[in-house]
Design a protein around this ligand. Structure first.
Ligand code: ADP
Ligand code: MG
Length: 626
């Protein structure tokens, strides 16, 4: 077949296929052009979800008469000159493709006037065929109207959804630009009704609030950090609010909305344990860095970018959010239901005081070691011994600390008379944490612990809190490469289905990190030669099998960090006291103390709350004292 050079029109249609997926893509491209043109006011009007008409008017710099034909020519741009400029792009656009593509597949009108021109000029262009340019009256700035999108590309037209769906995509495209540019006054109109009318503002919180209302605006937790030339600013949303998808994770790189799996992962990682499985955090984050540190020319709609040092940014994001969470009180506050008389409804709502848990990680690591030497539950005991390594080393489990005197009555329990009987258990050299709970509690149903703190009456789920404590302890140890592993005198062969055996051996190195050593033993049998000391009394084969479930079900989609963390969750869950276990007063005391020292003792690793707080005021109200 003969090779031919494609016509300009076909080239534009091909480009349109990549850049203009649906009406919302037009809105995105035109809005970005307006912002690039320095507009401070932009109005978007759509009809029928943009399928019928999209019009965008801005008060930007305008396009000169002689430039109008170039604006709609492919690969014509005012934004870069040579290839070097690609590495210092400061504008949204630079490829010079959008207007050429859009005007190729629609009936368009461009009206524009620059500040030094007496009148405006109008260019009509129908499926790529331009009419002669005519003068017209218009204010400085640009109006671009796009009608009948895809009218000459029937295949694309078929893929258009209902106006309602297209409208929601447009609203999202509008939100992305509006969130990134709070300094611009922006309006979105749909079929004559106002969808958004956003005043220009310096405050990002205000713009976020304009979109998502007080529920989210009141729960924004500010984050900020600068490392070298990379600065991170913005907000994460309190974990009491979450979504079933990641759509409300807004990440802006140099004001450009981007999607980045690695950074989304860092975000999930920061919220690990704070959200239920299948729920995702909300965030509004701005990354700013010199343009040469990132390649924005890797995706047709520039939605994805390639960072020069993605790893560093990942770490910065994760560390910044984690640090912020440590100084934020995320305890779920139980609220007495106002509606149904006396029934207790636990609703999560959280204040953002920075006064609560601020514990240096090193202190946490030392202090959360939590053992049950006289346990009626068997998780610490290594075979043939008490299970406790000699005390004193950093590795050792600490025995229960002595009970604070006066807190325990003859019946084994009494409430402290006031919250200031609380004590701190930090090492001398480290900053003292501020415990939020007293050291004793009443156990009910052998499942919950009820205690009094400065914030109110706290009801703790003993399993969830213990699970959290162990999880934190394990994580610290794994990160420090110090998890105790118990060598088996006689390695245990475990027969597995072939796929499972393969998965286990494939992940042998990962398993080593959690203290499980496996070796091939011929056929589909693997040999377990050591496993975590904390699980000493669990059957190695059984333990390995539950790990396999995690490896098989999630490893495909998750990276190492996820798998490791899942495994730690599983171990913590197995090792923790259960609902129904009777705890001695000493055990209760130790659990509460270690809970206080935990990085996040408010949620178990699965994200369920570990504790609910009912304020004195709420109780008083309920009993009609006030
Ligand atoms: P790019 O944005 O990649 O340069 P476009 O096809 O989107 O390519 O736009 C082509 C050119 O048209 C831009 O470089 C700019 O000079 C001009 N232009 C487009 N929209 C506007 C606008 N709203 N105001 C001023 N100039 C504009
Ligand atoms: Mg553009």
């Amino acid at each position: 077949m003969a090779i031919r050079k494609l016509s300009e029109s076909v080239i534009n249609k091909i480009a349109a296929g990549e850049v203009i997926e649906r009406p919302a893509s037009v809105v995105k491209e035109l809005l970005e052009n307006s912002i690039d043109a320095g507009a401070t006011q932009v109005e978007v009007t759509i009809e029928q979800g943009g399928i019928e008409m999209i019009r965008i008017t801005d008060n930007g710099c305008g396009i000169a008469k002689e430039d109008l034909p170039l604006a709609v020519t492919s690969h014509a741009t005012s934004k870069i000159v040579d290839a070097d400029d690609l590495f210092k792009v400061g504008t949204f656009g630079f490829r010079g493709e959008a207007l050429a593509s859009i005007t190729e597949i629609s009936q368009a009108m461009i009206r524009s006037r620059t500040a030094d021109s007496d009148c405006g000029y109008e260019l009509l262009i129908n499926g790529g065929h331009a009419e002669p340019i005519e003068p017209c009256g218009c204010p400085v700035g640009t109006t671009i109207e796009v009608r009948q999108l895809f009218y000459n590309t029937p295949v694309r037209q078929k893929f258009l959804r209902t106006p309602q769906t297209e409208k929601s995509h447009i609203a999202e495209a509008f939100a992305r630009v509006a969130l990134a540019n709070p300094q611009v006054q922006m309006t979105l109109m749909n079929n004559q009704s106002t969808v958004h009318q956003l005043a220009a503002t310096e405050s990002w919180r205000e713009r976020i609030s304009a979109f998502y209302g007080p529920e989210i605006a009141d729960n924004l937790i500010p984050v900020h950090s600068t490392e070298g030339e990379i600065s991170l600013n913005g907000f994460v949303v309190d974990p009491s609010i979450s979504r079933s998808n990641k759509r409300m994770q807004y990440l802006f790189l140099n004001r450009r909305y981007i999607r980045d799996h690695s950074l989304q992962h860092a975000l999930s990682e920061a919220y690990r344990g704070l959200l239920m499985v299948g729920r995702y955090p909300l965030a509004f984050l701005r990354l700013d860095m010199p343009p040469n540190m990132v390649d924005v020319n890797v995706h047709p709609a520039k939605l994805e970018v390639r960072f020069q040092n993605g790893g560093q940014i990942y770490k910065q994001l994760l560390a910044t959010i984690r640090t912020q969470f440590l100084s934020t009180d995320l305890t779920a506050k139980g609220q007495l239901s106002r509606r149904d008389g006396g029934q207790v409804a636990a609703e999560a709502s959280t204040p953002h005081t920075a006064d609560a848990v601020a514990v240096a990680a090193s202190v946490v690591q030392d202090q959360i070691a939590f053992a049950r030497p006289t346990s009626n539950v068997d998780w610490t005991a290594a075979p043939g011994s008490s299970g406790l390594p000699s005390s004193g080393s950093a590795e050792s489990f600490r025995p229960f600390p002595p009970l604070p005197s006066g807190n325990v009555g003859g019946d084994g329990f009494s409430m402290p008379s006031s919250p200031d009987t609380t004590q701190t258990f930090a090492q001398e050299s480290a900053p003292a944490p501020a415990p939020t709970q007293t050291r004793t509690a009443l156990q009910v149903y052998n499942t919950y612990l009820i205690s009094e703190t400065a914030e109110g009456m706290v009801i703790i789920d003993q399993h969830a809190l213990h699970e959290r404590v162990i999880y934190e302890q394990l994580r610290e140890k794994v990160l420090a490469g110090k998890l105790e592993s118990q060598k088996l005198l006689v390695p245990e062969p475990v027969s597995l289905p072939p796929a499972e055996a393969a998965a286990v051996l494939e992940q042998a190195e990962l398993l080593t990190q959690i203290g499980v050593t496996v070796e091939p033993f011929g056929g589909d049998t693997v040999l377990v030669s050591s496993y975590p000391a904390m699980l000493a009394n669990h059957n190695p084969a059984e333990m390995l099998k539950s790990v396999i479930d995690k490896l098989m079900s999630e490893a495909k989609n998750l990276d190492r960090r996820d798998v490791l963390d899942e495994l730690l969750h599983m171990i913590s869950c197995k090792a923790a006291v259960k609902a129904g276990d009777k705890l001695s007063p000493e055990e209760i005391t130790a659990l509460l103390e270690h809970g206080d020292l935990c990085q996040d003792s408010h949620h178990c690793p699965h994200g369920r709350p570990t504790a609910l707080t009912f304020s004195r005021e709420e109780l008083d109200k309920k009993f009609k004292r006030i």
